[in-house]
Write a protein that binds this ligand. Structure first.
Ligand code: CTP
Ligand code: MG
Length: 397
């Protein structure tokens, strides 16, 4: 059993939110997946234990009870609901009637100040414990303030004398009861009502997060402050990963030792290409296209000259390793299209064989090989070397 608390918080949530212009009463407008009221109550229940009286719009008492029970945690026995009146002051009065007899300190808080940090509640309570009859969180006024009469500026007002009042506003219970008992007119806040009854009210430090959600712009600000990143992440998490494409090219010049290796095949009688490995430009272009598609660097990252184990290696070694790297990263190969630019060798007779060899090294992926000459132009046209261009599509495994 939680002992009966000596503090009560009246959360006034019975306004209609005319200036916000939403479809629901303001306290029930959503900030994220939760309402303004829910966020306000989170702050209240993170503050020192207190009886919590939620003043709801007439007809929305059940919704308010649901919100408060969802937020109360192990303080569920401390909650009460009251029905609001036609003005804020009437709503506070209704809340005050629901405060338990043993309560000594009453805080009145606007649900519309949904992001008020719990520390503000503690500061208000501490001021009253320190002897104040009432305490109000305030912020310094930043703008220069003018006294005006229509379009005419009459005088500057020294802003050092001014402060902007927030909630929760806290009072000794007897002071608040007495002040409400004698209040005749409608006051702008509880501090003004209590001051009019002859009591002095202290100022404590407010918090910029305690701003009141009044206009649509305020609502946008509050929505931006309510953990925007998880919201974005939640949205992204529901987007299935897209397929990705990658481009790879490679060039090798003739002049190597031994026989020609190209597209995973040995070509007896053809001049060899030079290179750190066997100079297989087709295989290297495919490796680059696949790594680029996965965003995993390029051939130099994984097979550079600082990896002597790949010196003299043939295509199947590079391709099998690339296939494994992609698999570890969660990718499957959709297909690869590679084009060779060279006068020699002639691919037509061995195209299927080349596709089969490359495919086997890539775990059976679909590979198409095409070849072209360049009408005698450029280094491939001059027979100096071979160029290869590959495009790869990969999909989430
Ligand atoms: N409030 C209330 N009962 C009322 C009027 C206001 O409980 N009859 C509450 C609001 O729910 C809000 C707080 O007092 O939490 C501050 O009021 P305000 O920001 O003016 O809210 P609304 O009155 O709802 O908005 P508007 O004035 O734009 O209609
Ligand atoms: Mg109002």
């Amino acid at each position: 059993m939680i002992p009966v608390p000596r503090v009560a918080v009246i959360v006034v949530a019975a306004g209609s939110g005319t200036r916000l212009g939403g479809r629901a009463p303001k306290a029930f407008v959503g900030l994220d997946e939760h309402t303004i009221l829910r966020h306000a109550l989170r702050g209240v229940f993170a503050a020192p234990p207190a009886q919590v009286v939620v003043v709801a719009p007439e007809g929305r008492e059940g919704d308010a009870l649901t919100e408060v029970l969802e937020t109360a945690g192990d303080r569920r026995d401390l909650v009460a609901i009251a029905t609001g009146g036609s003005t804020r002051q009437e709503s506070v009065r209704a809340g005050l009637r629901a405060v338990w007899p043993d309560v000594e300190i009453v805080l009145v808080h606007d649900a519309a100040r949904a992001l008020t940090p719990p520390a503000v509640f503690s500061r208000v309570i501490a001021a009253i414990d320190g002897g104040a009859a009432g305490a109000v969180p305030v912020l310094p006024v930043i703008d220069t303030i003018k006294r005006v009469d229509g379009p005419a500026i009459l005088a500057a007002v020294d802003r050092a004398e001014l402060a902007a009042a927030q909630t929760p506003q806290g009072f000794r219970r007897d002071v608040l009861d007495d002040s409400y008992a004698v209040a005749q007119e409608d006051f702008t806040d509880d501090a003004a009502l209590v001051a009019a009854a002859g009591h002095s009210v202290a100022a404590v430090e407010g918090d910029a997060l305690g701003f009141k959600i009044t206009t649509p712009a305020d609502l946008e600000r509050a929505r931006g402050l309510v953990s925007p990143l998880p919201a974005v992440q939640a949205t992204l998490a529901h987007v299935p990963p897209l397929p990705r494409v990658g481009l790879g090219t490679d060039v090798h010049g003739f002049g190597g030792e031994g026989s020609l290796w190209l597209a995973g095949l040995e070509w007896p009688g053809e001049p060899a290409l030079s290179g750190h490995s066997d100079g297989d430009a087709v295989a290297h272009a495919i490796v680059d296209a696949l790594l680029a598609a996965a965003g995993l660097g390029d051939i130099g990252t994984h097979f550079g000259t600082d990896h002597p184990e790949y010196s003299g290696a043939h295509a199947e070694v590079f391709l099998a390793r690339t296939h494994a790297i992609l698999g570890e990263a969660g990718w499957r190969i959709g297909n690869v299209s590679v084009q060779v630019q060279a006068n020699r060798p002639r691919f037509a007779a061995r195209r299927a064989e080349a596709e089969a060899a490359l495919s086997a090294a890539l775990g059976g992926a679909s590979i198409s090989v095409s070849a072209t000459t360049t009408d005698g132009l450029g280094f491939t046209g001059a027979g100096e070397g071979v160029a290869a261009f590959a495009v790869a599509l990969i999909v989430p495994a």
